[in-house]
Design a protein around this ligand. Structure first.
Ligand code: SF4
Length: 294
């Protein structure tokens, strides 16, 4: 297990007075990730019980100013390329091997694909990456999978995948009922599954699954069985999965009843998935207490 450094626990999606772009040291990126927040208004079409976004305070703005976004990203790239960023807290706690720019990620305080002109933003960021010679830096979309069918989003994905792209797509449930309980979205579960299938038939995607203790309970045996059966069915229908990131709550969330699963429980879940889908690479990201629990 990769030990947590202070910067892993500080995932504030802010940098100085920037509205859209922010740096984080990310466990899943194993280095520096430059985030693009296309939802500075904090609006999301999911309402996950474990969401870290505090929506009791208003967002910064609701529009996307592409010129400003590009200026902010260019500044962060400068700081990353010069190494100056690692002199600022909390980035100064990053180990030497984490002091590398891994990716530019469309993520943030809501669902990036709901942003107006998504494909245009991806196009601009991809061009900036090319102009800066960052051919080994990935372009990552972190998505709840709800809008992967929209034509503008598909166009954005085409650009993304032509520029060292990766799609990290959320699936936290095996049944509609658990999806409604954990992700609390009005988007039908069948839409999420259709979108995962459609996208993963065309490009290999990375699945992201967060399992947690919600109201004192982890996911039931039946739920986990339904989840692994779903993944098997998607694979049989032609979905290609690059891997699975299995994780739990890592930082405090506004919902007090959303708590991390312990390491033992996460390992058991990972074993169940491995048994059902041999060959699927699984990375486990433990909660704040690390892997070992009684
Ligand atoms: S999809 Fe992401 S931003 Fe939206 S509610 Fe869930 S965790 Fe929060």
């Amino acid at each position: 297990m990769e030990p947590l450094v202070k910067a892993h626990l500080d995932h504030r999606r802010t940098w100085l007075d920037f509205d859209y772009c922010y740096p984080v040291i990310s466990r899943r990126s194993k280095g520096l990730s430059l985030g693009v927040d296309l939802n500075p208004d904090k609006v999301c079409n999911f309402d996950c019980v474990y969401c870290e976004v505090d929506r009791t305070n208003p967002g910064r703005r609701s529009d996307v100013d592409l010129d400003q976004l590009e200026r902010e990203m260019a500044t962060l790239i400068d700081l990353a390329q010069s190494g100056e960023i690692y002199s600022f807290a909390p980035f100064n706690s990053a180990r030497p091997d984490q002091q590398r720019l891994n990716d530019i990620a469309f993520s943030g305080n809501g669902e990036p694909t709901t942003a107006k002109g998504f494909s245009n933003v991806v196009e601009h960021v991809a061009r900036l990456k090319v102009n800066r010679g960052l051919s080994d830096v990935k372009l990552v979309l972190i998505t709840d999978s709800s809008r992967l069918q929209a034509p503008d989003v598909v166009q954005g994905l085409e650009t993304l995948m032509a520029h060292q792209g990766e799609i990290w797509a959320k699936l936290d449930a095996g049944t509609e009922a658990y999806y409604r309980e954990i992700n609390r979205s009005k988007v039908p579960f069948t839409r999420i599954l259709e979108n995962l299938l459609r996208t993963a038939r065309r490009w290999p995607i990375t699945l992201q699954t967060l399992f947690l203790e919600w109201k004192g309970q982890g996911p039931s045996k039946g739920e986990v069985h339904a989840y692994t059966s779903l993944l098997q069915a998607l694979q049989e229908d032609g979905a290609k999965f690059q891997g699975l990131q299995l994780y739990t709550v890592a930082r405090p969330t506004p919902e007090a009843e959303a708590r991390p699963l312990n390491g033992l429980a996460l390992n058991q879940l990972a074993d169940q998935v491995r048994a059902a889908l041999p060959g699927l690479p699984i990375e486990v990201f433990y909660g704040p207490d690390g892997r070992v629990h009684a």
